[in-house]
Design a protein around this ligand. Sequence first.
Ligand SMILES: NC(=O)c1ccc[n+]([C@@H]2O[C@H](COP(=O)([O-])OP(=O)(O)OC[C@H]3O[C@@H](n4cnc5c(N)ncnc54)[C@H](O)[C@@H]3O)[C@@H](O)[C@H]2O)c1
Ligand SMILES: [Fe+2]
Length: 391
Amino acid sequence: MAAAALPAFLFQCVRRLEVGAGCAARLAEAAQPWRPQGAAARALLVTDAFLQRSGLTAPAIASLEAAGWQVEVFDAVTPDPAEAVVLAAAERARGVDLVVGFGGGSSLDTAKVAAVLGRPGQAPTLAQLYGVESLSVQRLPLIQVPTTAGTGSEVTRIAIVTTGAHTKAGIVNRALLADHVLLDAALTLGLPPAVTAATGIDAMVHAIEAYTSALRKNPLSDLLAREALRLLGGHLARVVAQGDDLAAREQMLIGAMLAGMAFENAPVAAVHALAYPLGGVYHLPHGLSNALVLPEVLRFNRPAAEPLYAELAEVLQLGGGSAAARCDALLAWAAGLSPRCGLPARLRDCGIAREALPELARQAMGQQRLLQNNPRPVGEADALAIYEAAW
Ligand SMILES: NC(=O)c1ccc[n+]([C@@H]2O[C@H](COP(=O)([O-])OP(=O)(O)OC[C@H]3O[C@@H](n4cnc5c(N)ncnc54)[C@H](O)[C@@H]3O)[C@@H](O)[C@H]2O)c1
Ligand SMILES: [Fe+2]
């Protein structure tokens, strides 16, 4: 009998993507299709205060201004942006011809939502946008310029918003896919080692979780995840130790983008589900939260994912042998990842009390959108056991 056909799958990604050191200074060329003829052209650049103050945004802004754009800057994005931040950006976007997201995932996500809410003739509320394709909406033209490598947000239709003191919610909507992405590795040269490490590990987790995603894993996401992990795994140590290595920074930026395309189509799972409460309650950076729970989630998933983990060990060139031996190698590699990068490796080293773990496990259960993708079902008792092992 012939083998069964693959489960049907959908693949989606951004339309245009440009890679090149210094390409942010050519932002106006990318923006040209949306420049209104004869009228004043207005662009809103969405970023954070540090990036604006540091001058990193200057070449991109100068490029637009030289081409006759009036550029307004919204630089009030904060890490893990709250609803008030996103709404303030959306207010500024009303009436502009183009929105540019410039920064880490926080700025890119804010720009996405601002481009939807700022579009004239459309009045969804932020609350209506939460969830997966909750509304059919359109947005203003959107160009994304990442400065971390990274969330991959530049190529996903996801935006994560902090909704309360301790909670985050996701908007997953095809309208959030950018029109054009500029990958300029020169922008990432000054990223401090700890941020480089945390954001790089976040990107690796995207690749690993996409490769083992239970529901929508497919041949294209596999291809992207494997190449992403090869590039990220091959260059992370170098960029943490030697941040000004432009070639290595570019490989990281491309790797993070490929991982973003992979998990856009084969979504992330329990590592992210267990990381979100750590970010929400303790305000740990997103990448660090992932790094803290990664080794124990991999160990938990092993009974369901060993053959795939063995394949990823090969991608990372961790040695050969049986599937079990290669899986052992991947688990050992994951356990050493944070220490090798100078990041804390245990929850107790990040100010988290042991008594807090049951509440974290309860909150992780709220991330069913992610948990359903995990190769092994995760209940609240499992989540608690994982947190305890990671403590
Ligand atoms: N949309 C998605 O698909 C997706 C995926 C994963 C995470 N996220 C979200 O992205 C956010 C995290 O994004 P992030 O990890 O990129 O960090 P971030 O945007 O929060 O930035 C972290 C810090 O790094 C600084 N920084 C950024 N680029 C720099 C540079 N080139 N040089 C020096 N400093 C720089 C910023 O100023 C900031 O202080 C979270 O809100 C997370 O939930 C979104
Ligand atoms: Fe992530």
